[in-house]
Design a protein around this ligand. Structure first.
Ligand SMILES: NC(=O)c1ccc[n+]([C@@H]2O[C@H](COP(=O)([O-])OP(=O)(O)OC[C@H]3O[C@@H](n4cnc5c(N)ncnc54)[C@H](O)[C@@H]3O)[C@@H](O)[C@H]2O)c1
Length: 300
């Protein structure tokens, strides 16, 4: 690496994790980092908990203009695109099981509903489960949902969400994919190593014949389906994420000396500015509080 300041790119926290634990990065003078992904941030929070963060990190993923749009609308749309490209099946009438009802899960559930599917949600967080229930979805444990679904999409960032016993319980012909960060959400090892046969039947689609004779179709070997089998998010939505990135990098360059080695949220001014810039680019105007309204707000 040269001595000049450089911006290195990372996704999911791999590079920053290396910068903390790989000796080759020990002497590198790092001002700070910005993180795009839910998974990356959870890794830094774990490092922070052990008081081992080396520099400040801005959690770009947590900006409202990032996760409410990129994770929800971006992944929602590109997941549907990935499913269409790999399966070319009818969505209408299919039962889609969405595992996880965070931002990704909400987007995927909403878009699959729009395509005419009946969506079942699985969750471990009672509040998210209640939200899914009130949004009109059936909420079930994975053990029960696995018997009912035609298509399964994991959206959790967690490991072992769809396990061997769930795969064995699925209907013949069920389709399984993941759009969370790593290929650990579905037990792909079981599908790819323990099946009687594995055959690629379409691009990014493997047909796995299980020991019980059932066929299960696995999308992009359990890796992030909307990035592998589709083109990822459309530019309008990525522009929001990347605006947060560049504003946060500039903020770090200006303020890193007075920042602590911890995970910071994106400053609200940046978040609001990104939304305003996006609205302007789409020629959408909004109201501003009048003096009377500000006085009313402050009068209590
Ligand atoms: N594919 C993409 O393009 C893309 C885009 C953004 C984020 N991501 C990744 O997707 C993952 C999810 O992101 P998010 O922003 O929706 O996170 P989130 O934290 O908002 O949502 C994750 C949800 O999964 C639930 N969950 C955890 N374990 C579960 C389990 N065993 N069963 C059912 N639900 C479970 C959590 O309770 C939570 O509600 C992360 O790994 C993130 O890095 C992918």
């Amino acid at each position: 690496l040269s001595q000049k300041p450089q911006i290195l790119t990372d996704d999911g926290g791999d590079l920053n994790t290396k910068a903390h634990f790989d000796k080759r990065f020990k002497n590198l003078n790092i001002f700070g980092a910005t993180e795009e992904t839910t998974t990356g941030i959870s890794r830094y929070l774990a490092i922070q908990l052990k008081k081992k963060l080396r520099y400040p990190i801005i959690a770009v993923n947590n900006a409202r203009t990032k996760m409410m749009f990129d994770n929800r609308y971006g992944t929602g749309q590109s997941t549907v695109d990935a499913l269409l490209k790999t399966m070319n099946l009818l969505f209408a009438s299919k039962r889609v099981v969405v595992c996880g009802y965070g931002w990704l899960g909400k987007g995927v559930a909403q878009r699959c509903t729009g395509m005419g599917s009946k969506v079942i949600v699985t969750e471990i967080d009672p509040i998210k489960a209640l939200e899914a229930h009130m949004d009109g979805f059936d909420v079930l444990p994975i053990k029960e949902a696995s018997k009912l679904g035609d298509i399964f999409i994991t959206c959790t960032g967690m490991t072992d969400v769809i396990r061997k016993e769930n795969l064995l319980a699925m209907k013949n012909g069920a389709i399984v994919g993941n759009v969370g960060h790593f290929d650990v959400e579905v037990d792909t090892k079981f599908l790819l190593n323990d099946s009687k046969s594995v055959k690629q039947v379409r691009p990014n689609l493997d047909e796995c014949i299980l020991s019980n004779g059932k066929k299960i179709y696995l999308i992009s070997k359990g890796r992030v389906a909307n990035l592998i089998a589709s083109e990822g998010h459309p530019p309008e939505v990525m522009a929001l994420s990347f605006s947060n990135q560049i504003h946060s990098i500039l903020y770090l360059l200006k303020n890193h000396k007075k920042m602590k080695n911890q995970v910071y949220e994106v400053p609200k001014e940046i978040d609001d500015q990104v939304a305003l810039d996006a609205l302007n680019s789409m020629n959408v105007k909004i109201d501003r509080l009048t003096k009377k309204q500000i006085a009313y707000q402050q009068s209590w």
